[in-house]
Design a protein around this ligand. Structure first.
Ligand SMILES: Nc1ncnc2c1ncn2[C@@H]1O[C@H](COP(=O)(O)OP(=O)(O)OP(=O)(O)O)[C@@H](O)[C@H]1O
Ligand SMILES: [Mg+2]
Length: 320
């Protein structure tokens, strides 16, 4: 008789001495079991993340647009940008909204008189003279918006090539090694947003998981088609992101389902939850990734940024 097969005392092959190497930071399970412990553990992982996203084959420029106010355009611009920068990429946010909210969230100077997107737009100074590095990440940059931009919408009307001025100014981007550029638009379909749509090949539309979410999106899509037909043939709505999702309401699920039915796989799988911390961060001149890196809001923007980068890589693969 074989004593080994009877006793069953031999460990399975390979089981001896194995350790779980997938966890870089060991934290006792009883600590992770508390909500604060779990959040702290996530923050440690995020801040020490080794994960690096691949650089895109060529620079990707996005316009973030939705003429509906308060849907999460700026929050998405700064947090996706910060998440990409945190994962090793070099990112620029161009603040094209006179409210200057993106500049505030990125912690850059935008008092009146600061070299800004206004002077870039009217061709007074080149882009590189307006670049500011965010104090929160060495790879994160911003062209700020000052209150001077409020007059641009009207000034542009009488200018030559009024729809293409930003595109002309952004030609300089080829001299910079930014991997991603995001243009944050104001809540209107005026000349500022049109300039952004003419200047970028990709459009990212944030949609809030709320009643009337899709109202007005038809008008945005018609404007995009018009710009594509006459001014920027490469323009493409590549990405839709669902924001401010409140899992406690059935309405949020309904809206998310409607948006997915309408836009299909352009919609990121990651949904940004409604979270007080996300709305608090700009008040401290921070993105959620700096303000509370272990929060659900921060993690969801990390996930969204990864998806964006991976989808871009997949699309390029198909085109090659
Ligand atoms: N996930 C979220 N959870 C909670 N609050 C959020 C979230 N995302 C954005 N907010 C808050 O909602 C408000 C509107 O967001 P945001 O400024 O990003 O929208 P917007 O589309 O850029 O607005 P505008 O059209 O005025 O430029 C802000 O106060 C912001 O802090
Ligand atoms: Mg905004």
């Amino acid at each position: 008789m074989n004593p080994v097969s009877e006793g069953g005392a031999v460990p399975p092959t390979g089981a001896t001495g194995s350790t779980d190497v997938s966890r870089e930071t060991w934290v006792p399970d009883d600590v992770i079991d508390t909500p604060i412990g779990a959040e702290a553990e996530r923050a440690v992982r995020l801040l020490h993340a080794e994960a690096r996203l691949p650089r895109p084959v060529s620079q990707r420029v996005f316009t973030i647009a939705n003429q509906k106010g308060g849907v999460g355009k700026t929050t998405t611009a700064v947090n996706v940008a910060a998440a990409l920068a945190m994962q090793g990429l070099k990112v620029l946010v161009i603040d094209l909204d006179p409210q200057g909210n993106a500049s505030t969230a990125l912690g850059v100077d935008h008092h009146p008189g600061t070299p800004s997107s206004y002077e870039v737009l009217i061709g007074e100074i080149p882009l590189h003279q307006t670049l500011q590095r965010s104090p929160h990440n060495e790879r994160l940059f911003c062209v700020p918006a000052t209150i001077e931009l409020a007059g641009a919408e009207i000034e542009l009307v009488s200018m030559v090539a009024r729809e293409g001025r930003l595109r002309t100014a952004l030609a300089e981007l080829h001299n910079h090694d930014f991997d991603y550029v995001f243009i944050d638009c104001p809540p209107s379909l005026g000349l500022l947003t049109i300039n952004a749509l003419v200047a970028a090949p990709e459009v990212l539309i944030p949609i809030q998981c709320e009643y009337y979410a899709l109202e007005g999106v038809g008008q945005l899509l018609r404007t995009i088609e018009m710009v594509k037909a006459h001014l920027n043939p490469k323009l493409n709505v590549s990405t839709v992101i669902l924001t401010m999702y409140d899992g406690r309401t059935r309405l949020a699920d309904q809206v998310a389902a409607d948006v997915r039915a309408h836009f299909g796989d352009k919609v990121l799988g990651t949904v940004i939850p409604r979270s007080v911390k996300v709305s608090e961060a700009p008040g401290y001149g921070m993105t959620i990734l700096n303000y509370d890196p272990g929060s659900r809001g921060a993690l969801s923007y990390m996930d969204a940024s990864r998806e964006l980068a991976e989808r871009g890589a997949a699309q390029r693969g198909q085109n090659q």
